[in-house]
Each structure stands twice: as C-alpha cells, then as structure tokens.
Design a protein around this ligand. Structure first.
Ligand code: BDR
Ligand code: CA
Length: 319
C-alpha cells in the first residue's frame, strides 16, 4: 500500500532531498508540498520548493504558509543553508504556479477530502502550519493517519545544547503537535546524525549523470561544506529530513522506541527541548514513536534509486 503524504517543509537542502525521495519512490504518493518559514524566510523557501519541483519534474500543489512562528521572534539558518536557503546549485525558474490557497487550507482540504486514516503529514520544518491547521480544523487530528516529523532530540540539540532547530524555532507549535491525540513519530537528531551523505553516496548520485543528479550533488556539496565548518561533520552532511520520507517508504529503515515527549516552553536554558521519557518516569502515557537506529545503506539505496527513476522520467535527463 502506498503512503499518501503531505510534505510541509522549509527547503532547505535536506528538505529538497525529502521532496525528491517522496516524488521518486513508488511506495509514497506525494499529495502536496506546503512551505513554512524556517531555514529562511517564507518567500525564499517557497521559491526553493518551486525550484526543486522544476528540476525534479514534480507536479503537485505547492502552497505557501506561515511567515513566522506562533509566538516567538523568527529564527532562520543562513549559516547552514545560505542566504537563499538553498545555496549551492543553480536554481531553475519555477515551472509550476503557486497554489493560491494558504498552506494551512491545503493541509485541511487534503486531509478532509481523503478517507479517514489515509493521509500522513510529514513536517520537516518548524511546526507552525501544522499547529495552525489543527486550530482551524480540529477534525484533522482524528483523520490524519500519523505525523512523521523531523525535529527534536533525546540527547543533544543543534540550536542550543538541548534544542533542535525545528522545535526551537516554534516551540509552542511543536508542543501543540506532540500533545494532540494523533500518532507521532519523532525523527530527531539522534537518528538523523547517522544519515550522512558520505563521498561514496555523492559519487553514486553523480554517476546517474542527469541534470537532477548534478543538482543533488551541488546541494550535498554546499550542505557538506557548512556542516563541516559549523558542526565538524567531516564525513558528509546529515540529511535529516530525508529520513522521515524514507521511513514511510520502508519502515525497516530505522527502529523506533515509544516514549512520552513534551516540549519545554518555560526553561531558563532549555526552551525547545524535547524532553523524552522512555522509562515512564513522569507516569504519562507514551505519545511518540522515537527514531533510534538507522539502516544507512537502505536509506541511500532507496534515495539513489529515486533520483535515477526521476531522472529517467524527466525530459532528456539521462545522458
Ligand atoms: C533541521 O533544521 C533544518 O536546518 C533542516 O532542514 C532540518 O529540518 C535540522 O535541525
Ligand atoms: Ca527542514
């Protein structure tokens, strides 16, 4: 059975890879792409989403959403993703028109039009759009199959010692998403730091020899350079967001463990921390499947296959 998904993202190098896998793997059906301010401002990440659609031949509704977080001042990440939010590759002109609806309405429309329990939400940026959609149409909570989000960590953060960027950027929205009674999978840094795009992966992608594969190589090279400089990743950048889509293609790609997860909103030093209680110490029911261990070869095999398959589909792409 194919997993039908809405990808809510802030492209973003790893968001771009998530889009490409979602479009190129037959086990997932990409229903819509929605954007949220995060790695860069909303106009920039939306432009980037449309550029990825152009290069990968993706033809689904793309809608722009929240311009900033629910409560806190905006945070962007030029030190990782550059001034455009997707520095490195030449970005093609958009071939799709932006959907005139707000992202929140696209999320609601897709979920409410589908059979209950058949649509999975995949947020790979701050959770602002998802929280706003829940508030605008609470009925989505019981109709969504699952939320598979990239964010958080049960060990260390990357924005602060305890907070990961997507959660730190809009902790109130994240708290609403974790607290709602829908199944949540947290694909946090503990998992995604295992998903590095090493030199052999880049070489395999380059060998496909298409405009799309060259684009992906440029994406990974820029992302690799900032991760090397900023966070000391010498073996390639961790392609966080890709892991969410990969798990929906094949649940064997990582293991999970149940826990109660709460987002810290009032800590002196710990705002945005995903406090993860595996041992039931708070006496609260588990609300999250937490990603633990990655099968890295499986992740990159399916990603290389998806790039090759999209390359074959796009006009004159394979040389
Ligand atoms: C997350 O933050 C962003 O920089 C990435 O796109 C990813 O979603 C990693 O902390
Ligand atoms: Ca992202």
């Amino acid at each position: 059975m194919t997993e039908r998904i809405v990808l809510d993202c802030d492209p973003g190098h790893d968001d771009a890879l998530a889009m490409i896998l979602a479009a190129g793997d037959p086990r997932v059906e990409l229903l819509a792409v929605t954007t949220c301010a995060g790695n860069q401002t909303l106009p920039k990440v939306t432009r980037n989403a449309l550029a990825v659609c152009a290069v990968a031949g993706i033809e689904v509704p793309v809608a722009a959403g929240a311009v900033g977080p629910l409560v806190r001042p905006q945070m962007v990440a030029p030190e990782i993703h550059g001034e455009s939010g997707l520095d490195g590759p030449v970005l093609p002109e958009a071939t799709l028109e932006l959907d005139p609806r707000h992202a929140v309405d696209v999320i609601i429309d897709v979920v409410m039009a589908a059979e209950p329990g058949t649509v999975t939400l995949v947020p790979t940026g701050p959770l602002t759009n998802i929280a706003l959609a829940m508030r605008k149409e609470p009925a989505i909570v019981e109709r969504v199959k699952r939320v598979v989000l990239m964010g958080g960590s049960y060990t260390r953060g990357n924005k602060t010692p305890t907070a990961e960027f997507n959660i730190a950027a809009d902790p109130e929205a994240a708290s609403a998403v974790f607290s709602a009674p829908w199944p949540v999978t947290m694909v946090g840094l503990d998992l995604t730091h295992q998903a590095t795009a090493d030199a052999d992966v880049v070489a395999r992608i380059e060998a496909i020899g298409s405009p799309l594969s060259s684009f992906v190589v440029d994406v990974l090279e820029f992302f690799g350079s900032t991760y090397r400089e900023q966070q000391g990743f010498t073996d390639g950048p961790p392609v966080h967001d890709l892991c969410c889509v990969a798990w929906l293609c094949d649940p064997e790609v990582f293991t999970t463990q149940e826990a109660f997860v709460a987002v810290e909103l009032t800590g002196t030093w710990t705002n945005g921390m995903t406090v993860t209680d595996f041992a039931g110490l708070f006496g609260r029911p588990n609300n999250t499947d937490v990603a633990i261990t990655l099968d890295k070869p499986r992740l990159w095999d399916m990603t290389v296959d998806a790039i090759a398959s999209l390359s074959a589909r796009t006009e004159g792409a394979v040389r």
